[in-house]
Design a protein around this ligand. Structure first.
Ligand SMILES: C[SH](C)CC(=O)O
Length: 267
């Protein structure tokens, strides 16, 4: 019989994540720019994407997912990014912390801690991996904090403890952001804050910071992935700082698939 094309082998489907994620908008753009007619981007969630990846990988079946770095999937599976010759996904970018207007006046100590928050792919990876291997999110975060006191001390340097001030951080259930927000929750609690983490979709996360119903988030992927949100809410949030460099998004496949570029998805 004829060799099945890559498209046929995955029913012309790219396995995506939550619909509001920037990577979903970028992938729709990629489908257009690479003229991947017949292809569909299937939305779901970060957890559903990693479950589908595991199911396919364990059977060495083909699969194409919307992926990002840092993520534990690269430690667990042999994966590769498809080359993106048209540069639709952009190059390296950053994860930044953003706060609502007024945060510096209302919660100056938290404003300073969130502005000083910075860690590496390795740091985040330790927390993500522990959670992936079954550790409770807050326990994985607590263990990392205890093993990295000097790094945490950089975040709280020069900051006085508070006495029960309330602070709400909004985030999306991406494994990377689950890790960062669980760590920051404990750091702020150790500094005397009464912390609420609210897990929402990407759109509502940006909206919450812009309308002040959330005080901050550590999950702004900029300047590329969340560009649409940053433009929509320009002037309604304050950039607090870069909390991680060298991150990226793209289409990711197991290395056992003999395609190397998004171009290869066209018949
Ligand atoms: C999925 S990446 C962590 C961020 C995004 O695509 O919005």
């Amino acid at each position: 019989g004829t060799a099945t094309s890559v498209g046929e082998s995955v029913n012309y489907k790219i396995t995506g994540i939550d619909p509001g994620a920037g990577i979903m908008e970028t992938t729709e753009k990629a489908i257009e720019e690479y003229e991947l007619t017949d292809w569909d981007l299937v939305s779901g969630s970060g957890a559903a994407m990693t479950a589908a990846l595991k199911k396919a990988y364990d059977k060495e079946n083909p699969i194409i997912v919307t992926g990002w770095t840092p993520h534990w999937k690269f430690a667990k599976y042999d994966l590769k990014y498809l080359e993106d010759p048209k540069g639709v996904y952009g190059g390296e970018e950053q994860i930044r912390s953003i706060g609502r207007i007024g945060l510096a006046e209302d919660l100056p100590e938290a404003h300073q801690i969130l502005s000083q928050f910075h860690w590496t792919e390795e740091d985040m990876g330790e927390v993500m991996m522990a959670i992936q291997e079954g550790e409770k999110e807050e326990v994985a975060a607590q263990n990392w904090i205890e093993a990295n006191e000097e790094k945490v001390a950089e975040w709280t340097a020069g900051v006085e403890k508070v006495d029960g001030d309330k602070i709400k951080l909004a985030y999306v259930a991406w494994d990377s952001e689950i890790a960062s927000h669980n760590v920051m929750k404990i750091v702020l609690e150790d500094m005397g804050y009464d912390v609420t983490l609210t897990q929402v979709e990407a759109g509502p996360m940006w909206t919450a910071v812009a309308d002040g119903s959330a005080d901050a988030t550590l999950a702004a992927w900029l300047p590329i992935t969340h560009k649409t949100y940053a433009e929509k809410f320009e002037g309604k949030f304050e950039e607090l700082g870069v909390n991680m460099e060298g991150v990226k998004i793209g289409l990711v496949v197991p290395t056992y698939m003999d395609i190397d570029s998004i171009e290869d998805l066209k018949e």
